[in-house]
Design a protein around this ligand. Structure first.
Ligand code: ADP
Ligand code: ASP
Ligand code: MG
Length: 412
């Protein structure tokens, strides 16, 4: 029988009623003749709560134990979803990641899926099971420890299962009815897109649009998974939501497809480091070894052989970054006068494949921000995106002003 993957995010399984509603959607697909793999997230708020427990217990936590704790939210919803389906007389059972097994790397808290042997689940389908409910976000490392795939990782679980089982489609059910030109929660003029190119979705996701985890888009692109985002709250037709697809399958596209933001950014500056060959390696090697995800980097103009080095990283990694730098200084690997963390910044980005052939997008973006009196602290660009770091208090304003300036309310 053809296989369908259906993923339900945290808000879609937040209560027993919502689990029932989601199960009914699954029942509809089963009655159409699909064998369904359902991927569930933890109930909304659960993972945040578990992360909070870990951070309170141990600020520089052991990532293996972090994974043991934060993966547990999904176990609850997987079991409840299987029970709900059984109550509807749909043959279903739940699977935790390790039971499948979802084999991952040992990069705890941001592991990558390496392999999903389909045999166990396929055998059960052969025995009459119609729905395999799999706890998203989790896997097992080569050492046999539980891993997690990074925040939002259930999307990636879903796409990886779709690839491993050759599913006809991977439907991501969430609390919005598709991918919008920007987050509809902070810009009421945001428009739902019928289609978006993989590459644009990849950039938007990696720049903060959490509607899909970045890695899920990468996998969908690589394995040609038909990926759709749609609402679990409304009745859905077969062409509802947003299809994430190849660039060639989009008739017309805007220069700018969307605006993304990331609230949890911090800007760190090492004041007055020696400007010598190897200094960047001496700073960024220990940061990477400490598990700090450095994003933007700026090296300022050198004066009398010394310079300031600025970089951005997620806010919750500031303590790790500070420790790594202070330790490197104590070892004599680097020298700086001060280390300054600004944790009240945000990143705002515009994304669009049209930028490859259109000039002037950056200029327009900077003019819009200037007009609103918003100071830009750091800028980075790539072929299809421009990102700026600004004070967090201006983030919503910047998103809305850019959405207006690039006329995204006319998108579809
Ligand atoms: P789930 O729990 O279903 O995985 P998430 O909260 O992870 O849901 O992702 C859905 C949320 O992503 C939406 O509620 C919305 O606020 C946010 N979002 C950010 N950018 C976008 C965008 N461009 N289009 C749609 N939603 C977006
Ligand atoms: N529950 C996990 C999280 O909140 C994974 C997910 O929902 O995708 O990050
Ligand atoms: Mg999510």
């Amino acid at each position: 029988m053809p296989v369908l993957v259906m993923k339900f995010g945290g808000t879609s399984v937040a209560t027993l009623d919502r689990i029932k509603r989601a199960a009914k959607r699954v029942g509809v697909e089963v009655s159409k003749g699909y064998d369904v793999i359902v991927i569930v997230s933890a109930m909304s708020g659960e993972t945040n709560k578990l992360v909070g427990f870990v951070e309170e217990t141990s600020p520089l936590f052991d990532a293996r134990e972090y994974d043991a704790v934060v993966s547990s939210g999904e176990n609850v919803t997987a079991g409840l979803m299987a029970l709900t389906l059984q109550e509807m007389d749909v043959p279903a059972r739940s699977w935790q990641g390790w039971q499948v097994p979802v084999k991952t790397t040992s990069a705890h808290s941001s592991a990558r899926i390496e392999d999903i042997p389909p045999e166990n689940i396929t055998r059960k389908f052969g025995e009459g099971m119609r729905v395999a409910v799999v706890a998203g976000f989790q896997g097992i490392s080569p050492e046999g420890r539980i891993t997690t795939l990074g925040r939002g990782g259930s999307d990636t679980t879903a796409v990886a299962f779709a690839a491993a089982f050759g599913a006809e489609r991977c439907d991501i059910y969430t609390d919005v009815d598709g991918v919008y030109t920007t987050d509809p929660r902070i810009c009421d003029k945001a428009r739902k897109l019928d289609r978006i190119a993989f590459e644009e979705m990849l950039e938007l996701a990696s720049l903060g649009a959490k509607v899909l985890q970045t890695r899920s888009v990468e996998l969908a692109m690589r394995y040609k998974v038909k990926l759709r985002v749609l609402s679990s709250f409304e009745e859905q037709s077969d062409d509802a939501g947003t299809l994430v697809c190849d660039e060639e399958d989009i008739m017309e596209s805007n220069v700018v497809a969307g605006v993304a933001y990331s609230r949890d950014e911090a800007k760190m500056t090492l004041v007055s480091v020696a400007d010598r060959p190897g200094i960047a390696a001496a700073i960024f090697t220990p940061l990477s070894e400490a598990g700090v995800n450095v994003d933007m980097i700026v090296q300022n103009i050198s004066e009398e052989g010394r310079t300031d080095m600025t970089f951005s990283c997620p806010t919750n990694q500031v303590p790790r970054a500070e420790k790594a730098m202070i330790d490197a200084k104590a070892r004599g690997d680097i020298n700086f006068h001060d280390i300054v963390a600004d944790t009240a910044v945000a990143k705002v980005s515009v994304v669009g494949i049209g930028m490859r052939s259109h000039t002037g997008v950056a200029a327009k973006m900077f003019q819009v921000l200037a007009k609103e009196g918003i100071n830009i602290k750091v800028i980075t660009t790539s072929e299809i995106k421009i990102s700026v770091l600004i004070d967090r208090k201006y983030m919503e304003l910047a998103v809305q002003a850019l959405h207006d300036a690039f006329e995204l309310e006319k998108a579809s």
